[in-house]
Design a protein around this ligand. Structure first.
Ligand code: UDP
Length: 415
């Protein structure tokens, strides 16, 4: 069934809107590539509509693809709490934690994915399945087109027992996409590397006036008399919120600043509430801890902050880093995963390995406005060149365009 053309105010952002940011030549190249794929029917499958990088990516990328003439859908699997409890343990284990992988857990996982497969009626030209939650869904379909598993987590040291269990499921796919070459695994399936990107026009990233920023901060009673040190993250131990508070407390002995930790809890993350509650005792006048889903607040904080932290212990990519850098705010990030690929240490931000280093860098940046401005400018420029959604769309078009009729990737020698 065809949709009727949208009437105002429902105008989608299109690739042409990126021209002031990426130039006319790049836009023309993208339009050419998209034009050659017109009417392709693509579907994405993941496990939450909001509350994490994957949802943030899909909400923007699927609309941009549609605006470019490629019919791109987004389906979310449903699951009982015990399912998401198992899949969160898998997520943790893929990032290196231990797991007690019982038959019962495997059964819950596989059964719920099967039930979703029954409901999903996937009959598309390309199927892209995100992360471990829906991974086994492929085994319930007779494949008529390329299937891609897109894994967003930090796979630098996955738990071996879990990987052995998942690998045969992964190998049913025609291609695997991870964010970084260092996440590549031993697989018979060809692997490709695509880093995520941000939508400069979204509520999280669009330009805001100083008045709009003031209004959002005032709405949550966030004091603005002292410089703000901010971390925006799901409440998740991998994001090291305790380490952030500890680094702030040390820095606070030398400079006046206010810490704001803002986080949310994704529907597929049953541990978030617990992590949030454990932090609650740390809250005080100068340490604000907010559990709220408000993208405009995220935007305002990333813009007004003197320093943004992303002190993760593992991080597949870390969209929050690119988001803050795009706003000209220097980021102090953990020297892990995708953060290392975004921040050029000492140029567009700082990479740190522990609480002491984070504290030192907070003091340095809060005390030196000129340094902040310099780093902020370098940060914004690097996001403009490497981490805008236009680049991400092109990477996907190139990948999809390189499947041969037998679903093999052109040039793939892996199998
Ligand atoms: N986010 C948000 N509100 C919050 C915390 C996070 O809107 O309270 C958004 C954040 O702006 C980013 C995404 O959720 O777009 C998180 O993506 P990231 O890659 O940093 O981490 P993930 O949650 O996927 O591990």
């Amino acid at each position: 069934m065809d949709m009727i053309d949208a009437a105002p105010p429902y105008k989608l952002r299109s690739i042409e809107d990126y021209e002031p940011l990426i130039g006319a030549e790049h836009v023309a190249r993208l339009l050419g590539k998209a034009g050659r794929m017109r009417d392709l029917h693509v579907v994405n499958v993941n496990s939450t509509y909001y509350g994490g990088g994957v949802a943030e990516l899909l909400s923007s990328l699927t609309l941009l693809m549609n605006a470019s003439g490629i019919k791109t859908g987004w389906r979310v699997i449903e699951g009982r709490p015990d399912f998401f409890s198992v899949t969160k343990k898998m997520h943790n284990a893929l990032q290196g934690a231990a797991i007690n992988l019982t038959e019962q857990k495997k059964q819950v996982y596989e059964e719920v994915v099967y039930e979703n497969a029954v409901r999903m009626h996937l009959d598309h030209d390309v199927v892209i399945v995100h992360d471990p939650q829906p991974l086994p869904i492929i085994q319930h379909f007779r494949k008529k087109s390329p299937w891609i598993w897109r894994c967003h987590v930090d796979l630098s040291a996955p738990n071996a027992e879990l990987w052995d269990y998942l690998a045969p499921k992964v190998e049913r796919y025609d291609a695997v996409v991870v964010s970084l070459p260092e996440y590549a695994q031993r697989l018979s399936t060809p692997q490709r590397f695509i880093m995520p990107a941000i939508n400069p026009f979204s509520t999280t990233n669009k330009e805001l006036s100083e008045e709009e920023i003031d209004e959002r901060l005032a709405h949550y009673g966030i004091p603005t008399d002292w410089p703000l040190v901010v971390q925006v993250s799901r409440f998740d131990r991998w994001k090291d919120p305790e380490g952030v508070i500890e680094a702030y407390r040390r820095a606070r002995k030398q400079v006046d600043c206010t810490l704001v930790l803002v986080g949310n809890v994704a529907t597929d993350d049953p541990e978030g509430q617990e992590v949030f509650e454990a932090l609650h005792n740390c809250a005080e006048e100068r340490i604000r801890i907010l559990s709220v889903q408000d993208s405009a607040l995220v935007n305002a904080l990333q813009r007004r902050a003197a320093v943004v932290l992303q002190k993760s212990i593992r991080e597949g990519f870390g969209l929050t880093v690119a988001e803050a850098m795009w706003k000209g705010t220097p980021v102090i990030g953990g020297r892990v995963g995708g953060i290392r690929h975004q921040i050029e240490d000492g140029v567009s931000g700082y990479l740190v390995e522990n609480v002491e280093q984070a504290a030192e860098r907070i003091v340095q940046l809060v005390a030196d406005r000129a340094l902040r401005n310099r780093m902020g400018q370098a940060a914004r420029e690097s996001v403009r060149q490497r981490f805008l959604m236009s680049r991400l769309m092109e990477d996907w078009l190139d990948l999809i365009g390189s499947f041969e009729p037998n679903f093999r990737l052109r040039g793939a020698t892996e199998r």
